[in-house]
Design a protein around this ligand. Structure first.
Ligand code: NAP
Length: 268
């Protein structure tokens, strides 16, 4: 799969899970394109990756919640003749709280990034992949995608969108030699908790991992074309299976989720 003429795009590749993915691809000698908003963080990450692994790493500072900026990012990759073999749609953020009390501008920004931006960026690169005859896409969803989740109602639903979108798109692109996988990530400590509104939170429970551990499992399974990736502990896998395959009224599922979120995320 390694090809020095082709690139792996990682959105949100400067920090957290995205940076862990970047390290894994760099270790395997893939050249990289990282996108995030903070130029300084991007430059720092790229320097480390290039020095440690001898690869090329391009960085682009764009806000992917803005469709105009996504168009500009795609255009610049074309102008520079950077052919993309793998797209990892990782940039995203959560926002916890009571729906009616949350800042509407931040809600819209989150939905623009997690749903609209992810779909638009995918649309642009899918066309290039179809022309080049192959491609791979990984869309980062969450454990929150499985069940309606009070107090992060919009975030959890945005990740359900990512999962369903990925599965349907994978079906559509089957005859084009393009696979689309989705990572239903467990919780892990990163910049995520601060942006979601609870900077002191340390994630705990059966659905918790580390950014490094989640990226390692996801990288391996994605490169083997696994379509829905669930890197949980055995207990997490069992409870996830029960939650999704044992018939249970939605009311019970929602109450379990509400209890987890209240306990973990709403506690200050
Ligand atoms: N952490 C968890 O517990 C958890 C659990 C399940 C799923 N996830 C998912 O995992 C993914 C990565 O999250 P993380 O925990 O690694 O978060 P993180 O540490 O906050 O990193 C987020 C990355 O995305 C970039 N980013 C954020 N907003 C952006 C925007 N508007 N345009 C371009 N880039 C943007 C950030 O850089 P800039 O700030 O410089 O833009 C950063 O590189 C997200 O999709 C998240 O929903 C996380």
């Amino acid at each position: 799969m390694t090809n020095p003429d082709k690139y792996v795009v990682i959105t949100g590749g400067s920090k957290g899970l995205g940076y862990e993915f970047a390290k894994l691809y760099a270790r395997e000698q893939f050249n990289l394109i990282l996108v995030a908003r903070d130029e300084k963080e991007l430059t720092k990450a790229a320097k480390e990756l290039e020095e440690n692994h001898g690869i090329h790493c391009h960085t682009f500072a764009y806000d992917l919640s803005d469709m105009g900026e996504i168009d500009k990012f795609h255009k610049v990759t074309k102008e520079k003749n950077l052919e993309v073999a793998i797209l990892i749609n990782n940039a995203g953020f959560g926002y916890w709280g009571k729906f009616d009390k949350m800042d509407p501008a931040m809600q819209i920004e989150m939905l623009n990034l997690n749903i609209t931006g992810l779909s638009h960026l995918t649309r642009l690169f899918v066309n290039d992949m179809i022309k080049s005859g192959s491609g791979k896409i990984l869309n980062v969803s969450s454990i929150a995608s499985f069940t309606p989740t009070p107090f992060c109602a919009t975030y959890a639903a945005s990740k359900t969108y990512v999962k369903y979108f990925s599965q349907a798109l994978d079906y559509e692109l089957r005859d084009k030699n393009i696979s689309v996988s989705t990572l239903c990530s467990p919780d892990f400590l990163s910049g995520f908790q601060k942006r979601a509104g609870n900077p002191n939170l340390i994630p705990k429970g059966p659905y918790v991992g580390t950014a490094e551990g989640v990226a390692k499992v996801a990288f391996k399974q994605f490169m083997k074309n696994k379509r829905v990736i669930t890197p949980y502990s055995l207990f997490g896998l069992i409870t996830c299976y029960l939650e999704n395959h044992v018939p249970m009224p939605d009311g019970i599922k929602i109450n379990i989720r509400k209890w987890i979120v209240e306990k973990e995320y709403m506690a200050k």
